[in-house]
Ligand binder design. Structure first.
Ligand code: LCS
Length: 393
């Protein structure tokens, strides 16, 4: 069967599989920095691109290629580039696709370091950015300038779960001749296909759902167009933020169960979010699967499910949030998300602490906000853990 015709879960299991001489069921870990050439001419031809074959692991490696091909297929892209981390993927996209004088319109409530990289560092090279609530199309339209070359959207966004209408924003980007880059980490390829909705580039922190086991940091970028893909690959190779073969092996292994993990975690997330909404200690809950979420209907159309990330505001503000985080026993107090284990964290003092208070509050990231990443434990145990912690808090 043609790999393109396979269903999503078949692609998860078989995508990128490399047939080796021993018939290994799993792509081996090619833990090597370099690859021997058959002759001086062969080496020169590989460098010139007129002969196939690997050269050097920063440029490419069979274990890394297997993961890249698998994700490229899942994202319906021309190709994917694996990176050392999610931030490596974001830095690669910014540096490959922007130049001095360009302007970017970006989601305001993005992952903290994504914003810091742009505001503190890209700005030194003459790239300007405007941060808006991209779930509001009029705000996006109002921020566009003639120099706008990129619209950068994180959807659902970290930590507020704002959902941006990708088809509509892709239309705005096209009108302006700008590229639409989407951080789809919170959705994973199982729940959202940005390229099919008109985005040019989709990227992930694979540290999260794609790997799913909290044992690897990594990133990946996929592109709709060959020229954009080549620019991304060249930047990753030149900058040297490549993934390592062992890292790629672990991510590829974790990826095979992506659908199973998300299906289970999102069932639990809906139950937990509904339960939290009924609690007197909780001011409000943001979960995409609840009708109370402002973009619930859009998410229903744009995504294949609602995922497993919940944010909620404690009535008692920062102090109540702190007590809750110190009281849970089963959920681990840690940053990161999207793994088999449930994690709880405080965005204002942890993941988004680097964003100045004024901008953080303008983006809606208040001091009382708690973020909860639902894992695959028994949902009854998770609710009991939260109940005890809330009653103690
Ligand atoms: N994009 C999103 C949406 C993220 O949540 C993160 C990390 C990144 C990119 C960066 O990926 P990394 O380099 O860490 O692989 N988010 C984190 C978080 O919310 N807690 O810890 C890390």
């Amino acid at each position: 069967m043609d790999a393109k015709d396979l269903g999503f879960c078949s692609k998860l299991v078989h995508g990128g599989a490399l047939k080796d001489v021993f018939g290994s069921a799993v792509t081996p870990i090619y833990q090597t920095s370099t690859f021997g050439f058959e002759s001086a001419k062969d080496g020169a031809d590989r460098f010139a691109g007129s002969a196939s074959g690997y050269i050097y692991t920063r440029i490419g490696n069979p274990t890394i290629s297997a993961l890249e091909q698998c994700v490229a297929g899942l994202e319906e892209s021309v190709g994917a580039v694996a990176t050392s981390s999610g931030m490596g993927a974001i830095a690669t996209a910014y540096l490959a696709l922007l130049r001095q004088g360009d302007h970017v319109v970006s989601t305001a409530s993005v992952y903290g370091p994504t914003r810091i990289l742009m505001e503190k560092h890209l700005s030194r090279f003459g790239v300007a950015a405007t941060y808006v609530d991209t779930s509001n199309l009029e705000e996006v339209r109002g921020a566009l300038r003639s120099e706008t070359k990129m619209i950068y959207v994180e959807t659902p966004s970290n930590p507020l779960m704002q959902v941006t209408d990708l088809r509509a924003v892709a239309g705005l980007a096209r009108e302006r001749g700008a590229l639409l880059v989407v951080d789809s980490t919170f959705a994973s390829p199982f729940l959202q296909k940005p390229l099919a909705l008109g985005a040019d580039v989709v990227l992930h922190s694979v540290t999260k759902f794609i790997n799913g086991h909290a044992d690897v940091v990594g990133g990946i970028i996929a592109a709709r167009d060959t020229d954009v893909y080549r620019r991304l690959r060249e930047m990753m190779v030149t900058m040297g933020c490549n993934m390592d073969p062992h890292q790629a092996y672990l991510v590829h292994r974790g990826l095979k169960t992506l659908a199973l993990r998300i299906e289970r975690a999102q069932r639990s997330a809906l139950e937990i979010a509904s339960w939290l909404e009924s609690r007197p200690e909780v001011a409000w809950v943001r979960y995409i699967g609840l009708p109370s979420h402002p973009q619930h209907e859009l998410a229903r159309k744009q995504m294949a499910g609602f995922g497993s990330m919940i944010s909620f505001e404690m009535k008692g503000g920062m102090e109540a949030g702190r007590q809750l985080m110190d009281s849970v026993k089963l959920a681990m107090l840690a940053v990161s998300l999207g793994g088999v284990e449930t994690l709880i964290e405080h965005p204002a003092s942890m993941t988004h602490a680097g964003v100045p208070r004024k901008e953080r509050e303008a983006a809606g990231i208040t001091d009382g906000l708690v973020r909860y990443s639902v894992g695959i434990e028994d949902v009854g145990d998770l609710i009991e853990d939260l109940r005890r912690a809330l009653e103690g808090a």
